[in-house]
Design a binder for this molecule. Sequence first.
Ligand code: RIB
Length: 313
Amino acid sequence: MSEGVLVIGSLSLDMVFGVPYRPARGETIKADSYQTFVGGKGNNQALAAARAGAKTAMIGRVGNDSYADMIISTLQDAGADASSVIKDPDVGTGLANIYIDPQGDNSIVIATRSNENLCPQDIDDAMDKIRNSKIVVLQLESPLMTVTYAAQVCKEEGKIVLLNPAPAPQDGKLPPELLRNIDIFVPNESEASLLTGIKVNSKETALKAAEQLQATGIKTVLITLGDKGVIGLDEQKNELYAPAFPVKVQDTTAAGDAFVGALAARLAEGDDIKTALRFACAGGALATTKMGAAASLPTRAEIEDLMLSGRAV
Ligand code: RIB
């Protein structure tokens, strides 16, 4: 791999329940449907980048079960290099329970399992992957200490470091030694709200949150706002905005991952951020039109088609 996308992070098996509504506290309800899909935020982002046409590699840990093989072969089928995805002998593969309501909105509970064992040594052992990449993509389903270490090492190697702070820590705090090594920070509205204390629900509040996040040392902030598009600030504090593509939503799972993977793919190709943003918005929109995480991530041709026609087929 040369000058491509490297994703460091989680790989999971998603157990997806189609529900009439998302259950309240203490409530038991019956699902209308049940399916399993390959998922995990890191894995989804790697698949999205590979399907968007980028040379892609992944560093992470799967477990000692059959889910591991399914996840690795999905990455390989997409053309991604999975040689630094370690099979952990001591623990099972990460799992996610996902409840999808009829509007396509979800609630997710993750059991991190093998992902919890990703350690700094795993990063050091894959230095060739880091050196051969242009942009490194991180999320927060792996131990914070490892993510912080990875960001530091990748920055020292002169890479563009992108952090998708998902899931955001409940106390809203991320260590300064992580934030100072981040070039591009991509939270969604709820993550941006948790991390800044500003209720982000509009372009105006997103810009305020982006300003606050930039004050921590992050260079570029991009806040995804679902059907309101994406808004942010570049390194020179210029406003960035790209509208969402209108599509018929079936399942919003992994829409953010599709956005991040597609964005990284185009930045690795040398696109400027505005051009990359439009492509990423189309990728994110398409992921909502199908069920599942990995299964919903679009190819480059599908993304380009939506960009041309403005409509998903
Ligand atoms: O972002 C979507 C992903 O979050 C799912 O695939 C699930 O694994 C959870 O990690």
